[in-house]
Write a protein that binds this ligand. Structure first.
Ligand code: UT7
Length: 330
């Protein structure tokens, strides 16, 4: 398969910062617990700005970085677990506001693996000459679906948007995607249940084994997802390397979904790699679902870390339970 080239990246971060100490005022927790168990120190919380607005700002930042006009974008892939609408899609909203008059847009929902799945879709679309420049926007407002009375989850999540524009490249691109769907009920946030005079909640309970998650709030069995993540990361990275016919040691930088520093340390040990190969910024932003990988990429590139010829691996895991890695040379 032909490779990809990153033309530009961008981000949008809400201004409001919520520290661990702020959380100790609303739930029974402490900076010590959150820092030692997760590595998170603070996160951003949106102040009313919609998901599409955050995505539009990240997309504009990426266009500026790529020195491209929005009319040169052929495809927009938008990832989110917190879209503003059932319809139109977030991709259409971004397309409208940046003025990408020649693009089509598709929403991708693969939870925290969303960016990796979107990158894989983009790499495949690039094989069609009709699609030259592809914009991936990952915009997440976890605060919309966070239960701020549940200390086990509320301290983890943050709001952010990040974007990445890619085109065809000369290097290699291989991916390994999967899902442990039998554990879908270990991490979920429901849509609102049917609300019509002919159907009550009891009727709906018959159709799935998902526990009542107090409406639309995120439910997560942290320990089970943890166990899944420490196996899924090495499996996905090794899977992508095997397909590419390269050794994991040949990867220069791994950009993982930012869920928990202990998950990354264990995954690194399982792969026999130094933790220094894992890019991390969760200390400042917490878990921003699908936005976390492109947010890291943007930061890594803007601080001058990315060099031509480098071998990069992006890896995600989350609701579904989905997982996936993509390895590519720049
Ligand atoms: O992005 C999607 C993927 N998500 C993930 O990868 C998340 C995976 N899971 C995790 O990162 C970890 O499981 C958590 C950070 C969510 C939890 O850490 P843990 O070390 O697995 O803690 P635990 O759930 O086993 O809970 C240990 C104790 C419990 O108390 P008891 O039962 O031992 O008395 C919890 O009630 O810690 C308690 N606890 C807290 N204490 C203070 C749970 N949350 C908190 C909290 N502050 N915020």
């Amino acid at each position: 398969m032909k490779g990809i080239k990153i033309l530009g990246t961008g981000h949008y971060l809400p201004e409001r910062i919520a520290t661990n100490d702020d959380f100790s005022k609303i739930v029974d927790t402490s900076d010590e617990w959150i820092t030692s168990r997760t590595g998170i120190k603070e996160r951003r919380i949106a102040s009313g700005e919609p998901v599409w607005y955050m995505g539009v700002n990240a997309a504009r930042d990426a266009l500026l970085d790529a020195q491209l006009d929005a009319s040169e974008i052929d495809l927009i892939l938008h990832t989110s677990v917190t879209p503003d609408f059932y319809t139109p899609s977030m991709a259409c909203m971004v397309q409208r506001d940046i003025g990408a008059k020649n693009a089509i847009g598709i929403d991708v929902n693969c939870a925290c693996s969303g960016f990796v799945y979107a990158l894989d879709i983009a790499a495949k679309y690039l094989q069609d000459d009709q699609y030259k420049n592809i914009l991936i926007v990952s915009s997440e407002k976890l605060s919309k679906i966070t239960d701020y009375s549940d200390r086990g989850t509320c301290v983890l999540f943050g709001d952010a948007a990040a974007a990445c524009i890619i085109t065809k490249g000369d290097g290699m691109f291989f991916s390994y995607l999967g899902a442990q769907v039998e554990d879908a009920d270990k991490l979920f946030a429901r849509t609102i249940t049917d609300d019509n005079p002919f159907c009550d909640d009891n009727d709906q309970q018959k159709y799935d084994k998902f526990s009542d998650s107090n409406g639309q709030y995120i439910y997560m069995d942290g320990r089970e997802v943890y166990k899944f993540a420490i196996k899924a990361i090495p499996k996905a990275i090794k899977g992508a390397c095997d397909k590419a016919g390269v050794d994991v040691n040949s990867i220069d930088m791994i950009v993982p979904h930012q869920a928990n520093v202990r998950i990354m340390e264990t995954a690194a040990a399982n792969l026999g790699l130094s933790i220094d190969k894992f890019y991390m910024n969760l200390e400042l932003y917490g878990n921003t679902s699908s936005a976390s990988v492109p947010l890291c990429l943007d930061e890594f590139i803007k601080e001058g870390g990315l060099k031509e010829g480098m071998r990069i691996c992006v890896v995600g895991f989350g609701g579904g339970l989905t997982y996936g890695a993509a390895i590519f040379d720049l």
